[in-house]
Design a protein around this ligand. Structure first.
Ligand code: CMC
Length: 429
């Protein structure tokens, strides 16, 4: 195969190098297009076919339904690894040895504390505040209490910033939920594993002397966090990279990523799915009616939890989550009619020509909310749980972008506004 592509514009041929990845993905390197063609640029709204970077973190093949972190399949990681191991793998490139993992966890625990003044900021939010807004603000607020900027030339400083946020972020997540539920704020328990500690911080009741871990919940949360840990250049990750590319700090970049994740087309879909399933249940469980609405172009309703920008086949994460939802509900002895509605809707959609033609399959968020609900997590906290899972991915992508010394992100546009015109005095308009 030739390693150049020719673009002919008004009879003038221009050659551009082809870039081939380790999984044989081919891209045309158009970084010099503007210079060699006298100002021609490309246009691709939503970046549907634009590679914004080269990356060695996550590989996904949307046509085949493959997802791998650093070369390891998501199926194997979800079955055999724990979340902290996966976080280390994503950020540093390889699975940790026992000594490396122990040190990583010990360093995270040293930073599992936030300044008491953060509590005051949290207290200033009304109870009705959406947890994603609170989380984004608190993450941004951390910059005030940890003002030193990270010198990315120093591996040590980079490492310290990473363990710091991995220690503090679960506290912000747990406090956001506890504030919402009117529970007293509680610091973690350093004797516990990373995920066990998160559960205790979230769920320990004031009248409880001893919080007893439920292994079903630990296992379910571990799996959910692993499945959400990275997904290459999605909306929030691209946001983290682009904000970080201006050399804004790690916490500021993460806070921007949280806001990007919030929307219902992205991470907010898990909340939207559950609200949709509830609405269908309240409406008598008529799934056909909602299928009709989803297909009606005059109706803004979409089947939340269906479709994906890159998966044109089953989302491999959804397959794992569907099985996990059955297991978790079974193990916890929870009968949730919502699960039956979800399964019914999925069956109908998979057989429906509209969904078949557009290759719309259930995505990661179709079943995750059902598990979160069975775990006792409030619906508006679901996207916060997604953010908790995505944290190592965002960190890994930010680190990679800084280590590769990527330039500031600054897309072009094609201007379609007014041509130059003379100013008119207000009396003449
Ligand atoms: N229900 C009904 N129709 C849909 C849906 C849906 N959920 N998703 C896409 N379509 C239709 C869409 O109307 C369009 O039809 P047509 O070609 O006739 O105009 C076609 O399928 C292609 O859709 P698109 O909006 O051009 O695709 P996109 O790549 O821009 O959007 C998406 C991807 C995920 C935003 C979209 O599928 C969607 O809105 N899904 C529902 C929200 C959701 O579940 N989001 C979570 C994504 S997974 C979590 C994450 O990683 O963010």
């Amino acid at each position: 195969m030739a390693n150049t592509a020719t673009i002919e514009i008004n009879g003038q041929k221009n050659e551009f190098p082809l870039y081939t990845g380790t999984e044989n993905e081919v891209a045309i390197d158009i970084s010099k297009l503007r210079g060699t063609t006298g100002g021609v640029t490309t246009i691709d709204p939503g970046y549907k076919n634009t590679g914004s970077c080269v990356s060695g973190i996550t590989f996904l093949d949307g046509e085949k339904g493959i997802l791998r972190y650093r070369g390891y399949s998501i199926e194997e990681l979800a079955e055999k690894a724990d979340f902290l191991e996966v976080a280390y793998l994503l950020i540093f490139g390889d699975l940790p040895t026992t000594a490396e993992l122990d040190k990583f966890h010990a360093d995270i625990k040293k930073h599992a504390v936030v300044d008491d003044d953060v509590k005051k900021i949290l207290d200033a939010f009304p109870k009705s505040a959406h947890p994603m807004g609170v989380l984004s603000s608190l993450t941004s607020a951390l910059t005030a209490f940890n003002p030193s900027s990270v010198n990315v030339e120093s591996e040590e400083e980079m490492y310290n910033a990473i363990v710091r946020i991995l220690g503090k972020f679960p506290i912000l997540v747990a406090w956001t939920m506890r504030k919402k539920l009117g529970l007293p704020l509680y610091y973690g328990d350093s004797s516990l594993g990373y995920v066990e500690n998160i559960l205790k911080m979230m769920f320990k009741q004031p009248n409880e002397d001893k919080y007893t871990q439920n292994p079903i919940l630990v296992n379910a949360l571990d799996k959910l966090l692993i499945l959400h840990a990275d997904h290459e250049q999605n909306c929030s990750t691209s946001t983290v990279r682009i904000v970080g590319s201006s050399h804004a700090g790690l916490f500021a970049s993460l806070s921007a990523g949280i806001s990007a994740l919030w929307g219902p087309l992205h991470g907010g879909a898990n909340q939207a799915v559950l609200e949709m399933l509830e609405a269908i249940k309240e409406d008598g469980g008529d799934t056909k009616k909602y299928m009709g609405k989803a297909k009606d172009k005059a109706d803004p309703f979409r089947l939340m939890g269906f479709g994906h920008r890159v998966y044109k086949n089953f989302d491999p994460r959804a397959k794992i989550i569907k099985v996990a939802a059955d297991e978790v509900l079974g193990d916890l002895g929870v009968q949730d009619p919502i699960l039956d509605i979800a399964k019914g809707l999925e069956k109908e959609a998979l057989e429906d020509q509209y969904f078949v033609d557009r290759k719309l399959y259930p995505n990661v968020d179709f079943y995750s909310g059902i598990i979160y609900r069975a775990m006792g997590i409030p619906v508006d906290m679901f996207t916060v749980m997604f953010a908790l899972g995505r944290l190592p991915g965002w960190i890994a992508q930010w680190r990679e972008m800084r280590l590769r010394k990527e330039p500031i992100g600054r897309p072009r546009q094609v201007y379609i506004g007014e041509n130059e015109r003379a100013f008119k005095a207000i009396a003449d308009r």
